[in-house]
Ligand binder design. Structure first.
Ligand code: HXC
Length: 517
């Protein structure tokens, strides 16, 4: 009979074997590609010494193509739980050195186990993906494994935060798990996501593309909108995940943690009184408004390079986490188009399902006109944004800094879509349209008939501006709650959020709504 010491020794040896994954040679090859191992990534993510691993000794059951002879303990994925800034998270981290991180039935079982535990115990799930996709030697069992992961991604959507990192290849149907999660982060020039790789693309469409051109972080961060952040390195990606977690509750029945700040609640922001240019067609940077008002100037932007005409991200006011949505006059004059609508709608729904109040800064000339947008379905996409704001029951505080015209007025968290507190700066222009558009429709005939059409038009436009391009019409009707000094914006937002902290609002009973996807 073996002694306890011998048994412990055997356990240590087995653990050491599992920790080595596919072996030192493959680890060296992996490092040479500028990538960290599955376990190194976990070490970076979690608080030191907090990791508890599950299923280290799990093996695959495949008997095809000599696979029974190539058993690697852990079967290509490290799973378990630990803490990030003292808060529990569950995780999985695919090990590319073990069968290329490919997903077998048992590999999927390990992932499903932590997903179930995360949902049952109410903690976020972080998935670190680095995989050649379905374990080819297994075939259909691997597909079953993927499908079960997808199902759990959907079932636990809106229950616990789910965050995906892509640290290597992520190809084929495997991309759908990250796509179903709340946030996806990639590493620039060292990770890729696509349904079919460059070789298949070449065969089918005759396009010559590199993996980076087809599905690198630059593509998904700017063109497709699939990811929320393109990191410069794996360390940067993991730090970004931590900063997102910091603003999220652990589950849908909690609130995000309050982070005390020395930034005074009533800190004035006089610089904002000067920020709106005298010329209404001149741009300014809405991010200056955001960073000047939030706690310690800290703003964690998501999808910074996609549809930059709208800015979304997390920050804190008086210690409380909020989601911020803001039109960006610096890009396309802050106009709403299809991509901006989808980006903001998704973000608003993320905030709403995790009890994160939404602060909206509005400076929007309307929806972008033209065939390109109409053919793209700007009606359908704009409707998503409308839908997201209307159904959201979290506290909604809105600050109108300048333009707020037409359909975009209705959409951008207006009082009529259950905005709770809607303030305007004195520079606000709340109207159906700007003076030029109105002039085309209302004054063209009069101008034609007049002796001096230019003078007539200028006078009429001035008259229109005087009458409509201000916040007072909306204030007279109670469509905004007050007109505020820009210097007091921070204070007013914090007071509003405090006042709204016990807000209870519901939607009619239904199986689920039918958002125009
Ligand atoms: C089994 C795999 C594998 C896979 C890689 N490996 N992918 N084993 N199943 N899917 C193994 C390799 O045999 C090799 O084993 C090790 O992982 C490293 O692979 P390399 O090819 O040497 O690495 P590299 O040159 O870096 O290329 C990485 C790669 C390539 C681009 C990911 O391996 C590749 O193209 N793999 C196949 C990708 C693919 O088509 N997957 C199936 C997609 S379909 P050794 O023992 O030599 O170290 C799919 C369906 C999902 O995923 C559907 C969900 C609904």
């Amino acid at each position: 009979m073996a002694t306890m010491e011998e048994r412990l020794d055997e356990l240590m040896k087995k653990r050491a074997e599992a920790r080595l994954g596919g072996g030192q040679a493959r680890i060296d090859k992996h490092h040479a590609k500028g990538r960290l191992t599955a376990r190194e990534r976990i070490e970076l993510l979690l608080d030191e010494g907090s990791f508890e691993e599950f299923d280290m000794f799990k093996k695959h059951r495949c008997q095809n193509f000599g696979m029974e002879k190539t058993q690697i303990l852990s079967d290509g994925v490290v799973t378990g739980y630990g803490t990030v800034d003292g808060r529990t998270v569950y995780l999985y981290s695919q090990d590319f050195t073990s069968h290329g991180g490919s997903l077998s039935e048992t590999h999927a079982e390990k992932i499903c186990k932590v997903m179930d535990m995360a949902a049952k115990n109410g903690h976020p799930l972080i998935g670190m993906n680095d995989s050649g996709g379905a374990r080819i030697q297994e075939g259909i069992e691997a597909l079953k494994g993927y499908s079960e992961i997808f199902l759990k991604n959907v079932m636990y959507s809106g229950v616990v935060p789910q965050i995906s990192a892509i640290f290597g290849p992520c190809a084929g149907g495997a991309v759908y798990s990250p796509a179903l999660t709340d946030f996806t982060v990639m590493v620039k020039n060292n990770s890729y996501m696509f349904l079919t790789g460059p070789k298949v693309v070449k065969t089918v469409t005759h396009e010559d593309v590199t993996p980076e051109q087809l599905g690198g972080a630059s593509v998904h961060g700017t063109k497709s909108g699939v990811i929320h952040y393109g990191a410069d390195s794996e360390v940067d990606a993991i730090n970004y995940i931590k900063s997102i977690l910091e603003h999220m509750p652990s589950n849908n029945v909690e609130h995000a943690p309050i982070v005390p700040t020395n930034d005074p609640v009533d800190r004035a922001t006089p610089v904002l009184s000067q920020i709106i240019p005298d010329n209404p067609n001149q741009a300014y940077d809405i991010k200056e408004v955001i960073t000047n008002t939030v706690d310690d100037g800290r703003f964690v932007e998501t999808q910074p390079e996609y549809a930059p005409n709208i800015v979304v991200g997390f920050a804190r006011y008086g210690g409380k986490a909020v989601g911020i949505v803001a039109n960006q006059p610096k890009f396309l004059a802050g106009v709403l188009d299809s991509n901006a609508s989808c980006k903001a709608a998704r973000f608003i729904r993320t905030c709403d399902c995790f009890n994160i109040p939404i602060v909206t800064f509005v400076d929007v000339p309307g929806f972008l006109p033209g065939t390109a947008q109409e053919y793209m379905g700007v009606i359908r996409h704009g409707a998503k944004l409308m839908y997201a704001y209307a159904e959201a029951t979290v506290p909604k505080v809105t600050i109108i800094t300048r333009k707020n015209y037409g359909g975009a007025y209705c959409v951008m968290s207006s009082k009529h879509l259950r905005g709770d507190i809607n303030y305007a700066w004195p520079t606000a222009e709340i109207a159906v349209m700007g003076e030029k558009g109105a002039s085309e429709i209302l004054f063209a005939r009069g101008a034609k008939a007049s002796e001096d059409p230019a003078k007539y038009t200028a006078e009429k436009e001035e008259e229109y501006k005087e009458a409509f391009l201000n916040p007072y019409r909306a204030a007279e009707r109670g469509y905004i709650d007050d007109i505020i000094d820009p210097a007091k914006t921070r204070f007013k937002i914090i007071k509003s959020l405090e006042m709204l902290k016990n807000k209870r609002d519901t939607n009619p009973m239904k199986k689920h709504g039918n958002i125009p996807l």
